[in-house]
Design a protein around this ligand. Structure first.
Ligand code: UT7
Length: 319
């Protein structure tokens, strides 16, 4: 038994930080950032917590789906930057929503939303759930080094959610992969204060080999799209919408030209959001759904890629 998406929702912080704003305290400029990334501004939490954004995104998704929190059988949150190390971000969301179902987090960096969909799919397949809330919530502004112009300009904060119902055609294909490599994109954990610990604790800010991630991203998109099409027995031309992780406009355009697909069918939100890690894909999906661009029966490909190096890709039927 598969699932279908019953409703989506998203929430961004109120504060928009432009490239010009960043150039007030960093040696950078819109002239450098925009042509290399496609990013003009990003939303950064000032007064909102990640719990606030997550709950707002979930409420909107539940409303769109016509589902109440007490009807949920499971809440899965994809995050690497939650408000709590313990408990899971999903538990904080459940508490604020007034839901009493099991709730836990999935950590697969920018691919996390698709990994969470696959976990949810397992619950449907085993007949363990009728309605699952999958939310991706990221406060990247707490992970980046605000003195490192090569990384902090790329990221933003936000949350987006989807309510899944049992009994649909999705996923028509699913593919999760890990090419293990920690150092390419890494945020060390907190050091703690154990009197016994003699290991080193680097600063727990995000460090990245940008060019290697760039190449990995383009390859991940292209190989995933081909593999999904093969698994589902469809051709690339049959896909109506491509929702790829929003890391860099140049990654998207390289993949578009390599795959030979119509750029108009590729969702883009990053110009005004930056890279919100795992929240990018459900945010782009929510924008498509709310703009009326998604028609019943259409095929939608999702590809998330990032730290791990993880890639999560799936082919959905919009129903
Ligand atoms: O979810 C996945 C997350 N990861 C990614 O999205 C990363 C993918 N990679 C990229 O998007 C690109 O590699 C970047 C946009 C991060 C960097 O672009 P690049 O063309 O690979 O630049 P670079 O790192 O090779 O840096 C070129 C120059 C350097 O100066 P020098 O050494 O040539 O003098 C950097 O110091 O650009 C400089 N630079 C900047 N200058 C102004 C790096 N960042 C900035 C900046 N403003 N923000």
């Amino acid at each position: 038994m598969g699932f279908r998406i019953l409703g989506t929702g998203s929430a961004l912080p109120a504060r928009s930080v432009t490239n010009d704003d960043l150039s007030e305290f960093l040696d950078t400029s819109d002239e450098w950032i925009f042509p290399r990334t496609g990013i003009r501004s990003r939303r950064i939490c000032a007064d909102e917590t990640l719990d606030d954004l997550s709950v707002e995104a979930c409420r909107l998704a539940l409303e769109a789906a016509g589902v109440t929190p007490d009807q949920l059988d499971l809440i899965i949150c994809s995050t690497t930057s939650g408000d709590h190390l313990i408990p899971a971000e999903a538990c904080a969301i459940a508490e604020r929503l007034g839901a009493s179902c099991p709730a836990f987090d999935v950590s697969a960096a920018c691919a996390g939303f698709v990994f969470a969909l696959d976990v949810a799919d397992g619950y449907f397949a085993r007949g363990r759930a009728e309605r699952v809330l999958v939310v991706a919530a990221e406060k990247m502004s707490r992970l980046v080094d605000w003195e490192d112009r090569a990384t902090c300009v790329l990221f933003g904060d936000g949350a987006a959610a989807a309510v899944l119902g049992a009994g649909g055609e999705s996923p028509l294909a699913m593919r999760l992969e890990t090419e293990p490599s920690v150092d390419i994109l890494h945020v060390p954990g907190i050091g703690g204060s154990s009197p016994y610990d003699r290991t080193e604790h680097p600063a727990n800010v995000l460090a990245m080999e940008g060019r290697r991630v760039f190449k990995f991203g383009v390859n991940a998109i292209c190989s995933s799209v081909s593999a999904l099409c093969e698994e589902a027995g469809v051709s690339v031309e049959d896909i109506d919408h491509f929702v790829f992780h929003q890391a860099n406009e140049r990654i998207l355009s390289s993949a578009v030209s390599r795959l030979g697909i119509d750029p108009a069918r590729v969702a883009r939100v990053l110009e005004e959001t930056g890279n919100i890690s795992s929240a990018c894909i459900p945010l782009a999906l929510d924008r498509l759904a709310r703009s009326g661009e998604l028609a019943s029966g259409q095929l939608v490909v999702l590809v998330g890629f990032g730290a791990g190096l993880d890639t999560g890709a799936c082919l959905l039927r919009w129903e």
